[in-house]
Design a protein around this ligand. Structure first.
Ligand SMILES: [Zn+2]
Length: 113
């Protein structure tokens, strides 16, 4: 379950930031996770509940946004969501494509008092 390691890193970041900003009780945390990161929401929630226990993020609401995989063609700049892991451009069939979205895992924002 790689979610545990991801959430641990995320929580370290959030708790560090909360301390800097004098936030004692974190209420909401918005997390963005990409299709290629392949996280399961239940596993994220479970990891979060376990790891945040007795921290200022204990009981915080985790808002999870999933971003689908997006590629951009370097030949014609067409952006697309690839099907079945075929990464060639549907417009010009070029294989020179790069991932522009889908690999992310980060905290977009968090709030608290
Ligand atoms: Zn193209």
């Amino acid at each position: 379950m790689h979610e545990f390691a991801l959430v641990k890193e995320l929580l370290d970041t959030v708790l560090g930031q909360a301390e800097i900003h004098g936030i004692k009780k974190i209420k909401n945390i918005k997390v963005v996770t990409g299709e290629l990161t392949a996280t399961m929401p239940e596993a994220l929630e479970f990891s979060f509940e376990t790891l945040s226990h007795n921290t200022s993020a204990d009981g915080a609401n985790l808002v999870i946004e999933n971003r689908s995989l997006q590629l951009q063609c370097r030949e014609c700049n067409h952006t697309f969501n690839p099907k079945k892991l075929k990464y060639s451009c549907p417009e010009c069939t070029s294989k020179l494509t790069e991932i522009i979205s889908g690999r992310e895992f980060f905290v977009e924002y968090f709030e608290g008092d």
